[in-house]
Design a protein around this ligand. Structure first.
Ligand SMILES: [Cu+2]
Length: 335
């Protein structure tokens, strides 16, 4: 039984703390502050708990050894050792609570200071069940729209304005910062300051419907130079189709249902209600983290999105095999 529990616990810890999505990772300024505060709270509370438990066990042990009767104990005088023990305990409690209050205050101040001067502004809009991401530069001609992924330059404070198009969601990248709700009709915001490069996973943290668990966000923290390279590549319009099969996919996409909802820059597809697909194939996953990006999943998703992620707003459209081949061939060019 104990062995089984140990295996279960080890499995849970390995899954929950594997670095990719880990609230104890401390990879962002705010997250590192939370980890420090959590460690202090755990230490103080553990010390208090141990002292109380030891005192309780000692008193039970003493009572068992006591030869006093109930009547005797009623008139029992306070032992000379009790008063210093009470004073010591009161001091420990006051010191512990003061330490927790002061560290909480300074953690809050430190998080507020980190939010001081953002160098990059973004807007993230939540939808059932995907993330619309927009980078807002002072030069509006360099506004960039993407979906279900965020790239961040390391050590650069980023201000993220949060919106929702339907229900309440919650924006949470555990490795970098705490949660923030996205509320329809209201603007909220969060500050991100990534301290380490790496790949992380964001997740909607507020139940928002049947596919809430499939509403993830791929987060790449990279050097400033890599970020700028990625940004300029993403600003480019989509590459034109190069083969007859890709051209057939391009034609299908732009003359049928797809272009009504999706945008692909540089093509007639200008839909705004579904993820922007201009550089779709450069992403790490499909359908907000529901499937890894690869040819097999792409076929499965385009052929029948409702069986892959039931309830999502992309309808299953009956495609002839040659149409499916052509669409996948074209989507794969959108690097
Ligand atoms: Cu959700």
């Amino acid at each position: 039984m104990i062995r089984r529990l140990a295996i279960l616990l080890a499995g849970a810890l390995l899954t929950g703390c594997n670095g990719y999505q880990n609230a104890m990772g401390g990879d962002g300024a705010e997250s590192a502050n939370f980890v420090r505060l959590f460690t202090i709270f755990m230490t103080v509370c553990t010390v208090m708990y141990v002292i109380v438990a030891v005192a309780l066990l000692a008193s039970i042990w003493r009572r068992r050894r006591s030869s006093l009767t109930v009547d005797d104990r009623k008139h029992h005088q306070m032992s000379p050792a009790v008063r210093p023990a009470l004073i010591a305990w009161t001091t420990i409690v006051v010191a512990g609570l003061t330490l927790l209050t002061v560290t909480s205050f300074f953690t809050d101040r430190s998080n507020a200071a980190a939010a001081g001067r953002p160098a990059l502004h973004m807007t993230v809009t939540a939808n059932q069940w995907w993330w619309d991401v927009e980078y807002n530069l002072p030069d509006v001609s360099k506004t960039l729209r993407t979906a279900n992924e965020i790239h961040l330059p390391v050590n650069v404070p980023v201000h993220v304005t949060l919106k929702s198009n339907d229900v309440i969601h919650s924006f949470w990248i555990p490795n970098l910062a705490g949660k923030q709700d996205l509320i329809p009709g209201r603007l909220t915001d969060v500050q991100l300051l990534a301290r380490k490069t790496g790949l992380f996973r964001g997740q909607c943290a507020e139940f928002c419907g049947v596919q809430h668990a499939q509403m993830a966000l791929d987060v790449t923290v990279e050097s400033k130079r890599d970020f700028e390279r990625w940004y300029s590549a993403q600003l480019a319009t989509a590459a034109p189709p190069a083969t007859p099969l890709q051209l057939a996919g391009y034609r299908y996409f732009n003359t049928r249902e797809c272009a009504v909802c999706h945008n692909i820059s540089g093509t007639p597809a200008t839909g705004q209600v579904a993820p922007d697909l201009t550089h779709f194939a450069s992403r790490r996953s499909i359908a907000a983290g529901a499937l890894p990006m690869n040819k097999g999943n792409l076929y499965g998703w385009v052929a029948d999105p409702q069986s892959q992620k039931p309830g999502n707003k992309m309808p299953t459209i009956r495609l002839e095999p040659q149409e499916l081949h052509a669409l996948v061939a074209y989507l794969e060019t959108l690097k």
